[in-house]
Design a protein around this ligand. Structure first.
Ligand code: NAD
Length: 277
């Protein structure tokens, strides 16, 4: 499953939709605190993709030593600005800042990363809102590659609020209808748990955790994990062995990462629609 290609298709589709709508100024605001290099790269690529999707990008940068009040002030200003539709606060924030308090200033309509308590509540209750972009990207890949989900057995490896838990909710939703098992660091016999699955989403952050032994022939395997090793970026899936047995597999990099960005753009457009009423 080629995440880059699907990302490009989704971004082009979004740009056409914006044009068909009379090219409204749909604005994604990004907030970057400090000088963490990977964060700068992530924010830079999100801003670039926003422009490709015909969205406007607004960027706020604060110094490494910004206070909690300064960061909260910047986010509160964007939250109150009717010209801003989506707000993304790049994580992690520098040590000493309370990210939860900052995130929770974002109104659910503008929470295009889907990370606040209120967004999570809406996801659980199936109310209009934004789901986190990475698990949403996994869902888009399953759709694009026509992987059947209704009645399928899915295993999600990892239970974070950023990926694993929302992934479980999205796979188990009415209309998607997978039967979902949540595996984690205390799961007994991960091999047999995974081997029963038609769909595996690996989001543990452990390099090459999932090998061919874990995978039923023909299963779809989606790799979310990112480990930076001497050999470069490595996923949770041992790609070389698993591709021999899987029916469909995402590469790492080039799979779920690009999809995360595409879904951020879709969420921003949805935010605009929601705010417009
Ligand atoms: P996290 O550390 O918060 O959660 C990891 C989860 O994995 C935990 O719930 C833990 O129980 C589980 N786990 C750990 N060891 C395990 C094991 N041996 N067996 C089974 N489960 C185990 O991480 P996160 O924020 O959910 O991110 C997970 C990974 O996904 C990281 O590598 C992160 O870098 C990556 N990530 C990728 C994207 C993307 O766009 N592809 C986006 C976000 C995060």
């Amino acid at each position: 499953m080629d995440g880059k290609r699907v990302r490009d298709e989704l971004i082009a589709e979004l740009a056409s939709r914006v044009a068909a709508d009379g090219s409204p100024e749909v604005t994604l605001a990004t907030v970057l605190v400090g000088d963490d290099k990977p964060s700068q790269v992530y924010v830079g690529s999100k801003r670039k993709k926003a422009v490709e999707a015909s969205l406007k990008s607004r960027h706020v940068e604060l110094a490494n030593d910004a206070t909690q009040a300064e960061v909260e002030g910047a986010v509160a200003e964007l939250a109150a600005d009717p010209a801003v539709h989506g707000i993304l606060v790049q994580l992690p924030l520098p040590d000493g800042l309370n990210a939860e308090a900052v995130l929770n200033l974002i109104p659910p309509e503008k929470d295009v990363d889907g990370l606040t308590e209120r967004s999570m509540g809406r996801l659980v209750r199936n109310n209009p809102g934004h789901a986190p972009c990475t698990p949403l990207g996994v869902m888009r890949l399953l759709e694009r590659y026509q992987i059947p989900t209704a009645g399928a057995k899915a295993v999600v490896v990892g239970r974070s609020t950023l990926v694993g838990l929302p992934q479980v909710l999205l796979l188990g939703r009415k209309g998607v209808d997978a039967t979902v098992t949540l595996a984690h660091s205390r799961t007994r016999d991960l091999v047999s748990v995974c081997r029963d699955a038609d769909i595996i989403v690996a989001a543990a952050g452990i390099a090459r955790l999932i090998t061919a032994d874990h995978v039923k022939p023909g299963a779809a395997v989606l790799d979310v994990g990112i480990s930076r090793t001497e050999a470069g970026i490595v996923g949770d899936v041992d790609f070389d062995s698993v591709q021999e047995v899987a029916g469909a597999i995402t590469p790492m990099p080039g799979g779920t990462g690009p999809m995360t960005i595409a879904c951020l753009m879709q969420n921003t457009y949805n935010a605009y629609q929601m705010l417009k009423g």
